[in-house]
Design a protein around this ligand. Structure first.
Ligand code: GLN
Length: 489
């Protein structure tokens, strides 16, 4: 039996917006809540389920439709929101103890825009604490599980959002991507995840990790659904001075004549042979339909991990200074202000966050900033130039998203450096500010999803998503529901 939750988002919303249609927003919310109840005890994608609020919002939307009012392109569509984005009146934890008890007074811009387009916030999803990690194991509230194999991680840091969509609990979700946190969990969970061009989407109301790299991005089962959410949230915002308008994107060019870059340094990338084979099949399908392969070299992409792991901790050490027990959330009291800060931060932050703050403080400290932070920033600038030159020779780059499929819970948790290497194929797009999306590229022999990553020049988000749609047509590979999702209607 099929559920209305499994419809394409545009169709779901159009039916809800049509007052003569029997499908109501309330039905979609009830169906989503039923799936959360049936599955989330095992998957643990959500930190907070807004059962009452979602029901009320759905009834209000249905009432507007009944009165003949126009509602937006996401009318009635349940939306899961990563818990580092503010939703007014819901707890905001960043999966950290330090924010215990904090409830923001207003919505992040992306949330307000999605809601204005008709989306219904279903709840807040689990993440690595302050979005630092690649497995969602660094959550103070315990790990999220991969819906394809509950013994494995969903990826991270937006693992809760990815797992919620993959398990069918929400058709759309929001995540944030600083070094891969939308694309890598999308790949590991077999769905679409898009990191927009830096500045395309407002960061206002996103808890800052590394401000020069952070972007909010959509998760969905198809590129069309992801584009529908991107349309709703994108565009300049007076509350984010780095947000910008990008010219109307090129229409889907079709595959004939599309120049597909193949980057020597990203091929294989020390990864899993099944991942390399899956990406190879995607490439072959594109070439068979008239695309041409353009061999490229991006020598500086090899510096991606070291540069990222200097720039991101440096920015995070500064951004996280605001969590001191004075302004937000939890406090461990002390008679003097300095021990109050120290005790609060010692008790409130987890090990990975502390590691990053220490690394970043060191990289920025007098005497070391020139050797570390400033050098990293110089390489970041050259990487941008190198990538811009590459995009004068090709329209998109195709690579894997993650070097390997989902790993076991606990497998890398004790080894931060091996966890950092999960990001080897994703950080470059953040450092260069360009758009990139992960799209499903089939399953391994063991039934684990593999993602293919498409990147394009700054502003060409629609090209990325339309080529993603073409990949699906050319290969027949797309979202498939995991066995666990088939247990429920
Ligand atoms: N895995 C990377 C990190 O740990 C990326 C995180 C992200 O994109 N938020 O920093």
């Amino acid at each position: 039996m099929t559920s209305p939750l499994d419809l394409p988002v545009a169709e779901m919303a159009a039916r809800v917006a049509d007052r003569h249609d029997s499908l109501k927003a309330a039905d979609l919310v009830d169906a989503a809540l039923a799936r959360v109840r049936a599955l989330d005890g095992r998957v643990r994608a959500f930190l907070h389920v807004a059962e009452e609020g979602a029901r009320r919002a759905a009834e209000a939307l249905d009432a507007r439709v009944a009165r003949g009012e126009a509602v937006g392109p996401l009318a009635g569509v349940p939306l899961a929101v990563k818990d580092n984005l503010a939703v007014a009146g819901m707890p905001l934890t960043c999966a950290s103890k330090i924010l215990g008890g904090y409830v923001p007074p207003r919505d992040a811009t992306v949330v307000a825009r999605a809601v204005a387009a008709g989306a219904i916030v279903l709840g807040k999803t689990n993440l690595d604490e302050f979005a630092m990690g690649s497995s969602t194991e660094n959550s103070a509230f315990g790990p999220t599980r991969n819906p394809f194999d509950l013994e494995r991680v969903p990826g991270g840091s937006s693992g809760g959002s990815a797992a919620a969509v993959a398990a069918g609990m929400a058709p759309l979700a929001l995540g944030s991507d600083t070094g891969g946190s939308v694309r890598q969990p999308a790949a590991l969970c077999g769905i679409v995840g898009h990191k927009p061009t830096y500045g395309r989407v407002s960061r206002s109301g996103l808890v800052a990790f590394a401000s020069s790299l952070d972007q909010v991005g959509p998760f969905a089962r198809t590129t069309q659904d992801a584009a529908a959410l991107l349309r709703a949230i994108e565009g300049p915002d007076p509350l984010d001075a780095t947000s910008r308008a990008f010219p109307a994107a090129r229409p889907a060019a079709g595959l004939s004549g599309l120049r597909v870059g193949v980057v020597e340094e990203l091929e294989g990338a020390g990864g899993d042979p099944e991942v390399a084979a899956a990406v190879g099949r995607v490439r072959a399908a594109l070439l068979a339909r008239g695309a041409t392969a353009v061999p490229l070299s991006l020598p500086l992409s090899k510096a991606g991990i070291p540069v990222y792991y200097l720039v991101a901790p440096a920015e995070c050490s500064s951004n996280l200074a605001r969590f001191d027990g004075m302004r937000y959330g939890a406090r461990v009291d002390a008679p003097e202000v300095e021990p109050l800060y120290a005790r609060t931060r010692d008790a409130g932050f987890g090990a990975e966050v502390k590691r990053r703050v220490l690394l970043g403080t060191f990289a920025l400290s007098a005497g070391y900033a020139d050797a570390y932070y400033k050098r990293a920033m110089a390489v970041k600038t050259r990487l941008r130039v190198e990538l811009a030159a590459a995009f004068s020779r090709c329209d998109v780059i195709l690579s894997a998203t993650s070097p390997f499929p989902a790993f076991r819970v606990g497998e890398k948790a004790g080894d931060p450096l091996s966890m950092y290497l999960c990001d080897v194929l994703t950080v470059t797009a953040n450092l260069a500010g360009v758009p990139a999306a992960s799209v499903p590229a089939g399953l391994t022999a063991g039934g684990l999803p593999v993602g293919a990553q498409l990147w394009a020049a700054e502003g060409h988000d629609d090209l990325v998503l339309s080529v993603g749609a073409a990949v699906r047509e050319a290969t027949g590979l797309g979202y498939v529901a995991p066995a666990i999702a088939k247990e429920v209607a």
